[in-house]
Design a protein around this ligand. Structure first.
Ligand code: IPM
Ligand code: MG
Length: 418
């Protein structure tokens, strides 16, 4: 990846525009390596043709660390196919982000990347982070989670994090739960508040009056922060089963008391939605015992971080957890998991969470819900055919345990058949 181009000021744009259907004969499709380009072959006016025939969306690509590059590659193959099928053009600009960006540029979210993200219509982000020992080489505040991910969330005011925990009955074998617990399948949309609570509250590290080292973090929410995410949750509930589980800890936390109060106020505008209030600790148990009772769940930041990882466990792997970070403006899309440095570069990580993040981007940023549905169906179809990747195979080796890239290829084949 030509990150160094940033130093010279020339951005590396990757056009997926191979537009076979949308463009007539003056254009040919070229495939140099894995990057696809559309080139005029005669003296025509390509810009005019492109603008009249194609919608263009600018997408910032933040590949990230660890398994980021290999799963992003598969996600971009899928996006290229969507482009080919629909004629919608995606203009991709790859930018450094995460630990690699820190080592190359001295910051995990360099200014140049901020500019690219500012100019984009949506952001597709891979996982970031390093193994503990490596992370320790970076000053605490510049480690990618604190220095890049939280600033990204804050910059675009993405206050709602949508995390689907979805496992059709046919794929029950991926889950550690018994088939009878999974019943008709798991289909939960966890909505996590993403800009408040302990993550963004005041933090103090110091020595107290007894000469003891102490750390203090503040859990703060105001009513606007609560209202906006809760409203998102009601809107999602209206599109689904009209049942909303409100996850809280109001028997202890004052922030939950306020949360519930505001939620009750918002609920007045959604009389068709049934609200079920549940304490967060109880919710953790209920998710294991009877996940089928949940449809949309809403919760504050830290609860959502933890329960959504549990969600990954319920369906067999965090690798099956894509997510959308949305607010009132630009959205960004990322796997819910970390960069898995222990399995990076070995072609064994499942690309589902990254490809699923593409599906969510198509649905939420670009109004292409049908294409998104096809992508989900294609990925689930590959699993249903018995294929999996080594990270999900629990040591099994046979011809159905295939690499990251081969899994991506099978997803493409399924999509092509739709
Ligand atoms: C997640 C991750 C992040 C979080 C990290 C990478 C900052 O665990 O998205 O769940 O804690 O929010
Ligand atoms: Mg997390």
């Amino acid at each position: 990846m030509k990150y160094k181009d940033y130093m010279t000021g020339s951005l590396l744009h990757r056009h997926l525009g191979h537009c076979a259907r949308a463009l007539p004969s003056p254009f040919i499709v070229e495939r140099p390596g894995d990057s696809l380009q559309c080139q005029p072959t005669r003296n025509v006016q390509p810009t005019i043709l492109m603008t009249t025939l194609m919608t263009t969306h600018k997408v910032a690509i933040l590949t990230g660390d660890g398994i980021g590059p290999e799963i992003m590659k598969e996600a971009l193959k899928v996006l290229a196919l969507v482009e080919q099928r629909t004629g919608v053009h995606f203009e991709l600009t790859e930018s450094p982000f995460g630990a690699a960006a820190y080592f190359d540029f001295g910051h995990p979210f360099p200014e140049q990347t901020q500019a690219v993200c500012d100019a984009a219509d949506a952001i597709l982000k891979g996982p970031v982070g390093l193994a503990h020992a490596e992370a320790m080489k970076i000053p605490v505040d510049l480690q990618p989670e604190r220095g890049a991910v939280l600033p990204l969330r804050a910059r675009y005011n993405t206050y709602a994090n949508l995390r689907p925990v979805s496992l059709p009955k046919a794929l029950a074998h991926l889950s550690p739960l018994k088939a009878e617990v999974i019943g008709e399948g798991i289909d939960i949309l966890m909505i996590r508040e993403l800009l408040g609570g302990l993550y963004f509250g005041k933090k103090v590290l110091g020595i107290d009056e007894n000469n003891l080292r102490f750390a203090e973090e503040t859990l703060r929410y105001d009513e606007v922060q609560i209202r906006q995410v809760v409203k998102t949750a009601f809107e999602q509930a209206m599109k689904r089963k009209k049942v909303l589980h409100n996850i809280h800890k109001s028997n202890i936390l004052k922030s939950s008391v306020l949360w519930n109060e505001v939620l009750d106020e918002v609920a007045v505008d959604y009389p068709e939605v049934t609200v079920v209030n549940m304490l967060v600790d109880a919710a953790a148990t209920h998710l294991c015992l009877n996940p089928g009772q949940f449809d949309v769940m809403v919760m504050e930041n830290m609860f959502g971080d933890i329960l959504s990882d549990q969600g990954g466990g319920l369906i067999g792997s965090l690798g099956l957890m894509p997510s959308a970070c949305v607010g009132d403006g630009k959205a960004y899309y990322e796997p819910s998991h970390g960069s898995a440095p222990d399995i990076a570069g070995q072609n064994i990580a499942n690309p589902y969470s990254m490809i699923g993040s593409v599906a969510m981007m198509l649905e939420y940023s670009f109004d292409m819900a049908d294409e998104a549905k096809n992508i989900w169906a294609a990925m689930q179809g590959v699993f249903a055919d018995g294929y999996t990747t080594p990270d999900l195979a629990a040591g099994a080796t046979n011809d159905k345990v295939i690499g990251t890239d081969a899994f991506g290829d099978r997803v493409i084949e399924k999509l092509q058949a739709m």
